[in-house]
Design a binder for this molecule. Structure first.
Ligand code: GDP
Ligand code: IMO
Ligand code: MG
Length: 424
């Protein structure tokens, strides 16, 4: 019995959703353990598109259990929308989808705060998804949050919400000179949600303990990526949770001993959406070309993603933090028409070359990347389904990445569809 964790090694959107959907057939339980509605995980099956923000990407396998852990910041409105979307497509979630009673609830005042804080930051704005993620995690850590279990207790919820909204309104009115929000309106809206989500809510600590006792195979689905991790990413241009494998235990309540394998997902190049340093970013026409070819527009916000070259300094950092065992490389097909492909192996700054990912944003922002160049394969890989049919130069690129990172690439993805995958 092997439990596996899948994490993004870059700034999110590595194709985790697609990979989870592919791997899920070999597991019994699929778990989201951190992040929230900021995530957008895309699956394309026979040209039909699904984007999941909160529901684990294993949900299309109807015989599996999907669990939303306590580490998630849970937006009940978004969740119910996703459930309704699935039911419209005749995908049943009753009895196989579970929400932790310990997850923190996202409220409209979190979203409002998210936007006001960003506005106040001006030029140094993070470029958040506006889904209330930071403010909800802030309340959790400040011990001011409201959890799913409390939401289901009408009287208790009413008192706590009223008090919390009073505090938030002081911020809105006095500090931000903005409109207050009405606790009564939120209360009414959220009582309706409470009723609708209650069949999904349970003690997921118990659920997971029983799954482990029964030798069920568990797949942990990371959201975002290590470079957006609040501790190890490009802080403060990060999200507010631990997006590396270390987030699993606090985010679902299983021991680290229960994670047996860690797979890191990376694109064949790099992208980032939102602000913050991106040493290998490609400006101008070439970056624009990759963005168009790769359909690099946010799954959650639709914003154009910034594109850049594969950054081995950053990936090695991400691999170390999570203890990654092997890699899966996605979006190989997007590089099909690049004559020369670059891999960054160091950052040059102030006469020094960095091989470890620096904490200092000044270095990250102003460094000159040191590149190795490999020649592109200039062939269509999107129809390739077995490793022997991959162009020799594409294989050379994969081997080069393996050598520089020191890990095997076990799968390569050559298109968004479920079947566009090659085992190596
Ligand atoms: P996630 O957040 O890590 O699940 O990734 P997203 O779903 O936000 O972004 C990945 C995007 O790339 C989605 O639009 C996928 O459909 C698409 N995608 C995934 N793998 C591949 C691939 O190998 N090639 C191409 N061209 N697109 C891919
Ligand atoms: P998935 O799971 C890409 C980015 C935002 C912003 C920063 C903080 O689909 O890979 P937040 O709303 O979390 O406070 O925003 O993090 N971000 C993501 N970028 N993919 C994601 O998730 C992201 N989730 C957050 O763009 O820069
Ligand atoms: Mg995404």
């Amino acid at each position: 019995m092997t439990n596996t964790c899948v994490v993004g090694l870059q700034w999110g959107d590595e194709g985790k959703g697609k990979i989870i959907d592919i791997l899920a057939k070999d597991y019994d339980v699929i778990v989201r353990y951190q992040g929230g509605g900021n995530a957008g995980h895309t699956l394309i099956i026979d040209e039909e598109k699904f984007i999941f923000h909160l529901i684990p990407s294993g949900i299309l396998h109807q015989d599996k259990k999907c669990v939303i852990g306590n580490g998630i910041v849970f937006d009940p409105c978004l969740f119910l929308d996703e459930v309704a979307g699935l039911s419209e497509r005749n995908i049943n979630v009753n009895g196989n989808l579970f929400v932790s009673d310990r997850a923190h609830v996202v409220f409209p005042y979190h979203k409002k705060l998210d936007l006001l804080i960003e506005k106040q930051k001006g030029n140094s704005m993070i470029g958040t998804t506006g889904r209330g993620i930071g403010p909800c995690y802030t309340d959790k850590i400040a011990r001011d949050g409201i959890r799913v279990a409390e939401l289901l207790h009408k009287e208790h919820f009413k008192e706590k919400l009223k008090k919390t909204v009073e505090e938030k309104n002081r911020l809105f009115v006095d500090l931000y000179k903005d409109e207050p929000v009405s606790w009564e309106e939120i209360y009414e809206e959220y009582c309706v949600y409470a009723e609708k989500i209650s069949p999904f809510v349970c003690d997921t600590v118990d659920l997971m303990a029983k799954a482990i006792e029964d030798n069920k195979k568990i797949l942990f689905e990371g959201a975002q990526g290590a470079l957006l991790d609040v501790d190890f990413g490009t802080y403060p241009y990060t999200t507010s949770s631990n997006a590396s494998a270390g987030g699993v235990s606090p985010g679902i309540g299983v021991s680290p001993k229960q994670i047996h394998e860690i797979i890191g997902i990376t694109k064949a190049y790099a992208t980032r959406v939102g602000s913050g340093p991106f040493p290998t970013e490609i400006d101008g026409e070439q970056g624009e070309h990759i963005r168009k070819k790769g359909g690099e527009f946010g799954s959650t916000t639709g914003r154009p993603r910034r594109c850049g070259w594969f950054d081995a300094v950053a990936i090695r950092h991400s691999v170390r933090i999570s203890g990654v065992d092997s890699l899966i490389m996605t979006k190989m097909d997007v590089l099909d028409d690049q004559e020369t492909i670059r891999i960054c192996t160091g950052y040059k700054s102030n006469k020094k070359v960095y091989h470890n990912f620096p904490a200092d944003l000044d270095v990250l922002e102003n460094c000159e990347p040191v590149y190795e160049e490999v020649s592109g394969w200039m062939e269509d890989t999107s129809k390739v389904r077995d490793v022997k049919s991959l162009p020799g130069k594409a294989m050379d690129y994969i081997r080069k990445v393996e050598e520089i990172i020191g890990l095997k690439v076990k799968m390569v993805s050559v298109g968004p569809e479920r079947l566009q995958i090659i085992s190596i």
